[in-house]
Design a protein around this ligand. Structure first.
Ligand code: ADP
Ligand code: MG
Length: 562
């Protein structure tokens, strides 16, 4: 509200809440810290899991940072930015979500101390940016060369990534499958670089048996059955017709009335229908197709003729699956039976209906393009299958990261600690206030080994001192054995390995979020007309502390999180 000649002028609509300067900043930092605090106990192989219950009572049990944040309904705008960090991290590299959020929280916590010393936020963010650039350079330099030929490296990355998941007992088996899957679908692009598109790995889930029964199928599977019991369930050397239209007599678009005056006419009518269907089936038969995969329905009479012709038919298959099949079998997708030619049919070595538990699945294996693969996830309960799915997704991502980026580092907080040490040396060359910002950046990186130690029930300070001593001796990948507390001079030798890309992205996303939050000095929350049922002063909570939605988080965890 401004004052002009004694007359108040309202600039913002009534009810708008505004927090400025220090208040705004400390609110935002507090909210962001709460988020980091909520997920820090889940970091690492000894981290705890979270059980998330939504308002309908559906339960998710997970240890995955991105999933936890996705499931909880965060309201505070700054807290939402932290959730974005996890999302970016997940989308870019698929792992390191917890690390990035904890790191962002730590950066903000330490930045707050500098703010109290009257250091301007832009000096801090500028220092963070410099520190991040340097950190990335340091990480790059310490990395070890890897890539698609380095099978132990790929597998170890996948195992490390899965060691913090609920399904970690099966990590060896799953890591092997994921590695084989990525190697199968990886391709060299025009510039001669390896690329692996994880969308090419189809994931199917089926409860039952155990996670160890999860399998890799070179081909495609459909959650469908053969239309009619009279049809073959097993076709070798199969020519496959991919059809987008129904095998039925088309209905007219408008209502037509037919005057039938004698019983013969009915018969004629039915005969004509039969003749048309027979005609359709014989077109398929003549093309040489032994398997028909159809996106739409198939008339009963047509099914009968197809059975007689010993053609295997699967109907109502998803469009996306038909498209995948087209790639895998090399077949064209037809909409008109008149267009079919023999050489545009797809091919697979084997098409078979198999029963898993009580459901039938169609397996299309030994395809023309061997790049089609499926991971069929099994597991005792739905919760386990879903968590296995998330673990496999992360593992596929890290293997892809290594195949594409070709660099790995040791894990267990070693790269963060080493980067911190080298950053402190770099800071001393800067001087001035910027130096302070780079120094707190380095200190923030220590949160990773510290939290890993804490979650394993070890003494943080002790371990940090021992680790620093080991690193000072030149062991860049010295880390903690989280089971025994012992310091290991090279984590790589014990198979704890991570993609450099994950570490670099965690730093990038954390710095981005922290800087964005630090640059805000004014929070203007209008009463949105789009939400008329918002209680008066609903967003007003921001002025005093946290908005209502954050109420439960103040104590540590949001409601519904145990
Ligand atoms: P994020 O979501 O950040 O990936 P995780 O819970 O997966 O979080 O934990 C990752 C951290 O745990 C990494 O720093 C990694 O090096 C460490 N880690 C994973 N497995 C081991 C292990 N066996 N020993 C020590 N540290 C490990
Ligand atoms: Mg992880």
């Amino acid at each position: 509200m401004a004052q002009l000649g004694g007359q108040p002028i309202f600039i913002m609509r009534e009810g708008t809440e505004r927090t400025r300067g220090k208040d705004a900043m400390s609110n935002n930092i507090a909210a962001a810290k709460v988020i980091a605090e909520a997920i820090r106990t889940s970091l690492g192989p000894r981290g705890m899991d979270k059980m998330l219950v939504d308002q309908f009572g559906d339960v998710v049990i997970t240890n995955d940072g991105a999933t936890i944040l996705k499931e909880i309904d965060v309201q505070h705008p700054a807290a939402k930015m932290m959730v974005e960090v996890a999302k970016t991290q997940d989308a870019e590299v698929g792992d390191g979500t917890t690390t990035s959020v904890i790191l962002a929280g730590e950066l903000l916590k330490r930045a707050e101390k500098l703010l109290e010393q009257k250091i301007h936020p832009t000096v801090i963010t500028e220092g963070f940016r410099k520190a991040a650039d340097k950190a990335i350079e340091i990480l790059d330099k310490m990395s070890i060369q890897s890539g698609i030929d380095d099978e132990p490296g790929l597998k170890n990355c996948a195992m490390t990534c899965m060691s913090s998941k609920i399904v970690s007992e099966s990590k060896e088996k799953l890591a092997q499958l994921c590695m084989e899957a990525i190697i199968a679908i990886a391709e060299k692009n025009d510039e001669g670089k390896w690329v692996a598109d994880i969308d090419k790995v189809q994931i199917q889930k089926k409860e039952g048996e155990s996670v160890d029964e999860t399998s890799l199928i070179k081909g495609i599977i459909l959650d469908k059955e053969v239309v009619s019991p009279g049809m073959p369930k097993f076709v070798k050397d199969a020519k496959i017709l991919l059809l987008q239209s129904a095998i039925e007599i088309e209905k007219t678009e408008f209502d037509a009335k037919l005057q039938i005056t004698s019983p013969e006419q009915i018969q004629q009518f039915l005969d004509e229908e039969e003749r048309m269907l027979r005609n359709m089936v014989s077109k398929i038969e003549n093309s040489g197709a032994k398997v028909v995969i159809c996106q739409k329905g198939i008339d009963d009479m047509a099914q009968h003729f197809l059975s007689k012709a010993e053609i295997m038919v699967v109907r109502r298959v998803k469009k996306s699956d038909i498209e995948k099949l087209s790639k895998a079998t090399g077949g064209m997708i037809f909409t008109n039976l008149d267009d079919i030619t023999e050489d545009s049919l797809g091919w697979a070595g084997l098409v078979e209906e198999r029963k898993i538990m009580n459901d039938s699945w169609i397996f299309i294996e030994e395809c023309k393009d061997p790049k089609a693969v499926v991971i069929l996830i099994r597991g005792g309960t739905e919760l386990i299958v879903d968590e296995a799915d998330r673990a496999i997704h992360d593992a596929l991502c890290v293997i892809r990261d290594v195949v594409e980026d070709q660099k790995i580092v040791g894990g267990s907080g070693a790269p963060e600690l080493e980067t911190a040490i080298q950053l402190r040396e770099f800071a001393s060359t800067l001087g001035g206030r910027e130096q302070l910002a780079v120094e707190i950046f380095a200190d923030s990186l220590d949160i990773v080994p510290k939290t890993l130690a804490e979650n394993a029930g070890l003494d943080q300070i002790d371990k940090l001192m021992q680790l620093r001593a080991a690193h000072q001796k030149g062991n860049v990948f010295a880390g903690i054995n989280l089971d025994t507390g012992e310091i290991i001079n090279n984590m790589m030798e014990v198979g704890v390995v991570e993609p450099t890309a994950v570490k670099i992205q965690a730093i990038r996303s954390a710095v981005e979020a922290a800087s964005m939050i630090l640059r805000i000095d004014d929070v203007i929350a209008g009463v949105k007309s789009a939400m008329p049922d918002m209680p008066p002063g609903g967003m007003g909570g921001m002025g005093g502390g946290m908005p209502p939605g954050m109420g439960g988080m103040g104590g540590g965890m949001p409601p519904g999180m145990m």
